[in-house]
Ligand binder design. Sequence first.
Ligand code: XMP
Length: 319
Amino acid sequence: TWTPASFVEEAIAAVREKAGPSDRVILGLSGGVDSSVAAVLCQRALGDRLTCIFVDNGLLREGEAESVERTFRGHFHMNLDAVDASARFLEGLRGVVDPEQKRKVIGRLFIEVFEEEAKRVQGAKWLVQGTLYPDVIESVSFKGPSAVIKSHHNVGGLPERMNLGLIEPLRELFKDEVRAAGEALGMPRDILYRQPFPGPGLAVRCLGEVTPEKLRVLREADAIFDQEIRAAGLYESLWQSFCVLLPVRSVGVMGDERTYDEAIALRAVHSTDGMTADWARLPYDLIARVSSRIINEVRGVNRVVLDVSSKPPSTIEWE
Ligand code: XMP
């Protein structure tokens, strides 16, 4: 019978067997559930022979890069290579407005940066990927609407180019089993029960061109929504909850002054797999608090709206 503890034990043995007594191994750490569990598991198996590479693309939420460093370097004592590539991504995104084009630029830069860092790990022979069973199925026989409508990025082609073998310790697991394995590894709940976050990050939530100022506004608003959702005890019951910065300015009044500022949309959905989704009926008093906090605390925003669309025909993300 499958138990999280027996899985962990066998997976550790399998990783050791594959990497032998001396091979070095690299892993792309995003901070999401899958790569985090894969990282902790492989570190158990390999110790310092594992190097985790974390690329800060400048499109993460407030405090996220710091939190990854604190957790994996501080708490887990991992060999963590954290690269701040934000300037490079922002430069690459300058003038880009088309959502798919944004994904292409981000995907290409991610591979470039990751490959540069991977090359610095002398004698690396293996790449760990946090592939799950549903990803395995999807890649051979099934393309969901999201996969077709929006390209998802991975390190495509890198193992071949760098002559690295693949280690995929989670490839037989479903998401709930990954979480259970993470619990057996002693990982904290706030990592294991994180909502999904798209690879292109805030770039697809800043509608239109991505600029540092728009990212600042979106990041601040999103942090407020996130805080209030958690304080209300709703975080884990929602598939995702986040802010979107609209490419719209509207008129408002602040004191005696007329304002002409940005608008933020609140998006919160229930879903089981992201393929379909229903908009969440958040309590009115929560929406009211979030709205007034965003408008009062985030410079440059004078309006908050609520997204009441389900998927299909809408998508969860706006781009
Ligand atoms: P949509 O917007 O298509 O999103 O309803 C379905 C789920 O996929 C996530 N998503 C992405 N994840 N790269 C990712 O890694 C992407 O380009 C991407 N686009 C959407 C989205 O957050 C939701 O969970």
